[in-house]
Design a binder for this molecule. Sequence first.
Ligand code: SF4
Length: 309
Amino acid sequence: MKLYNEYSNYLKEKYGGKVYKLPVNIPCTCPNRDGSIGYGGCTFCAEEGAGFETLDSCMSVREQIKTNMDYISKKYKAEKFIAYFQNYTNTYVKLEKFKQYILDAITENIVEISISTRPDCIGDEYLEFLNEIRNDYGVNISIELGLQTVNYHTLISINRGHTLAEFIDAVLRIKRYGFDICTHVILNLPGDNIQDTMETAKILSILKVDQVKLHSLYIMENTKMGIMYKNNEISMIAEEEYVERAVTFLEYLDSNIVVQRLVGRAPKEGSLFVNWGMSWWKIKDDILEKMESEGRVQGSKSIEKRTLS
Ligand code: SF4
């Protein structure tokens, strides 16, 4: 029985073999940090953004790709790669710079370019350029959008700087170009409950996003959430509840949507709370075990299955 639509299988089918992501770190920031949209960033975001495993942004894009590609090719005998612009808001740079970075990433064996950004920060000129790149070089394009939850009250409380509306707008505009859309979701944000989990899965299914990445919230020192955590102003749900939310999310998620990740990973250094002190793969195992033992699979409660005819 197929429990969920796994990313590694999807990549094998699409590209005919194993494909590895090469993280690329460009010098950029986030409009939710520099005052264009807000100051201080999302309350959980540490200064280094999301890319704690990336190389230094002082290195050129080409150099970073070469270094990572050499290492991974030797270690895993890999032949195909995705250039993954991971950290901060990668479309929050001048268009000319953005073009240069993307062109620099197109080298032999790069089959896809994946760009992580905020839903309120992806202009039509950037999408037009990516469309040209795809047509000229035959490289696939995917856009990763941070949403975290559809509960806009929670989005306001974590100082996200956008609500659900900007996300819907971004998805509709990206869909015009047919690029794959991956959405980041955090299943245990303070303020959210299991109803938000279900609603998030339902809305992503209706919008027909292509992929999702589930994260468990981790709390870093020197973040607003870190201070709240130390002051007991927020509490974390138990691991069993996270597992239940992940399983429920998958049940409500359209079975065609590819799942890149079921639980997040985080740097140990400087963290106050990460995955209940457990390894991410143990939590993943708990999710899969629960699905298997309770006969619950991705899409079994998805919205089209519940529509009366
Ligand atoms: S949008 Fe991303 S990079 Fe910007 S503050 Fe929030 S989590 Fe950090």
